[in-house]
Write a protein of this length. Structure first.
Length: 215
């Protein structure tokens, strides 16, 4: 079985370890470069991307992870993990930095305060059996993708309440529309939502299969 690490600096590490184990991977937490060396794939969990970014530097994992990504390591980022895999982040903190990951622009906390958290069915290209029940928690969306990025899933963003008096934090309300919430570029996979919280193991199975095909 492939050995899959979960970046264990902050966020919902345990849930990913459990989901990976349930689909037959050897799942282990990664906090040190030596632990990273031993994995065939890596999951970056949901949590808080600004915190994860800081801790990545403190734990001296930035360069090792960038190197493994450049060498083809399969990585799956969920929510904050998606933000960590984005080439460009809108509404991020000035000091937050992601890995040399997917050619995409993501917007943090994109769905707005009035829909901080919501759930929606999301059809994912390459995953059979009907839409995933997707859980979004202060989730990003993908605003633009570059060449080589495949869009795997979208959701309809339809906020029910008008923006608060202060408006969206950094710009005018985005028009309601179809938002990209799942992408893949080569061995890198990212979702705005949290499959690890639902008991639906299909996305983790998809990732484990991807890791198995590479390693
Ligand atoms: N809003 C968080 C961030 O910016 C992501 C939230 C999550 O991972 N559930 O990192």
């Amino acid at each position: 079985a492939p050995v899959i690490g979960v970046l264990a600096l902050q966020g919902d590490v345990r849930e990913h370890l459990a989901a990976l184990t349930a689909v037959g991977a050897q799942a282990r937490p990664v906090r040190r470069p030596a632990e990273l060396d031993a994995v065939d794939g890596l999951v970056i969990p949901g949590g808080e991307s600004t915190t994860i970014s800081k801790l990545v530097d403190i734990f001296e994992l930035r360069e090792p992870i960038d190197k493994r990504i450049a060498a083809g390591l399969p990585v799956y980022g969920s929510c904050a993990g998606m933000i960590m895999l984005a080439a460009e982040v809108l509404d991020g903190r000035p000091d937050q930095r992601g890995f040399d990951g997917i050619a995409m622009t993501v917007r943090r906390n994109a769905f707005g305060r009035q829909v901080d958290s919501f759930e929606a069915p999301v059809e994912i290209t390459g995953i059979d059996g009907g839409p995933l029940h997707a859980v979004f928690i202060r989730a990003p969306w993908v605003e633009r993708v570059g060449a080589g990025v495949e869009v795997l899933g979208t959701v309809l963003d339809a906020p029910t309440a008008p923006p608060a008096a202060s408006g969206r934090r950094h710009d005018a309300p985005a028009p309601v529309g179809t938002r990209i919430v799942a992408v893949r570029q080569g061995n890198l996979l990212a979702t705005s939502f949290h499959p690890e919280l639902t008991g639906d193991l299909r996305l983790h199975r998809y990732f484990v299969r991807l890791v198995g095909a590479v390693s």
